[in-house]
Design a binder for this molecule. Sequence first.
Ligand code: NDP
Ligand code: GDR
Length: 355
Amino acid sequence: MTNSKVALITGVTGQDGAYLAELLLDKGYVVHGVKRRSSSFNTGRIEDIYQDPHIDGARFHLHYGDLTDSTNLIRLVQQVQPTEIYNLAAQSHVQVSFETPEYTANADAIGTLRLLESIRILGMEKHTRFYQASTSELYGLVQEVPQRETTPFYPRSPYGVAKLYGYWIVVNYREAYGMHASNGILFNHESPLRGETFVTRKITRAVAAIKLNRQEKLWLGNLDAKRDWGHAREYVRGMWMMLQQDEPDDYVLATGETTTVRTFVEWAFADVGITIEWKGEGVDEKGYCAKSGKCLVEVDPRYFRPTEVELLIGDPAKAKEKLGWSHETSIRDLVTEMVHADLDVMKNAPIAKDA
Ligand code: NDP
Ligand code: GDR
């Protein structure tokens, strides 16, 4: 099955890029992905959908590129002539953005501008639709709950501030040049493909390793943070739906349910048959343990952020009404899926690699 649609995905090697590429290939698109040069393989998440470019009819193509390189982006857009661009590439780790604020702004904020300018310089405003990976981190300090498209933004990290620029430059190019450019304001979405340093995957990997006696303890930061967690596979479908609308617009994708990091930890341990009891109330700077015979979880203040986003809970009503999108997987089922996926990976992996 092929159709005339051609997608360019930045960030194709990331969690969402992998799911989105798979979805678009299933829909018959020709898919071009932008990957960064790395000294080690960074295409593990897209191995299953890789197509040998030497074979006639291959519909999945990878190109080297970087959001910090304007000439590269212009050349890619010119060469690929995409009907849809999904800008998923970003320095996406909130805590890391405190350590690399300038780079984060360059890639996440100016990188978005560079892509939009590529479209404009090439005169493709009416030919190419644009999706921007905006984020619930824009809401930051709580102004209103649940958070919806009209909730004021108050970002709390260099990442959130960089993404704020990305959000508004998309709105501006839509209004100024009539581009079909949309922001998906996506709340946290996870999966077995989630990066290993985000809290959900860090927990499910550690729980699997502890269950298999390959790790002693899990060190975490703020256990009281609340997140609205959904399944990444369902959220990339929402991205695609936004670009199929006659008019561009901005949409929240969320589940409408919020859960603490602490509860996520309890559920993950429960999924491997370990019941944990908290020793002490709340988080203090010295940390505390979860008990199941021995101490399995402890707080390390190094994972606290200089400014934190305490509560995220989204209202996906607009996406439901206008796109017909809603989430399917509950957070409880998502925890189980991730824990079991990590158990499977770890059982088959050599011990040295896990360590
Ligand atoms: P990941 O961190 O898994 O993937 C990010 C991707 O961007 C990777 O392919 C990475 O490449 C690439 N990348 C990073 N910097 C650059 C750069 N300078 N030039 C080109 N590519 C680059 O993120 P997710 O898949 O989870 O998220 C996708 C997008 O959605 C991101 O923009 C993120 O900020 C945003 N978002 C994510 C949410 C979530 O909960 N997952 C929620 C809301 C928004 P490499 O593999 O080489 O590192
Ligand atoms: P987030 O995701 O910052 O919401 O950004 P992350 O999983 O990093 O943190 C979620 C919450 O957990 C707390 N936390 C820890 N976080 C990490 N990474 N490691 C820990 O050890 C730890 N302990 C507690 C954090 O303080 C935070 O409150 C994600 C990214 O995908 C962004 O790109 C995206 O825009 C937002 O989700 C929506």
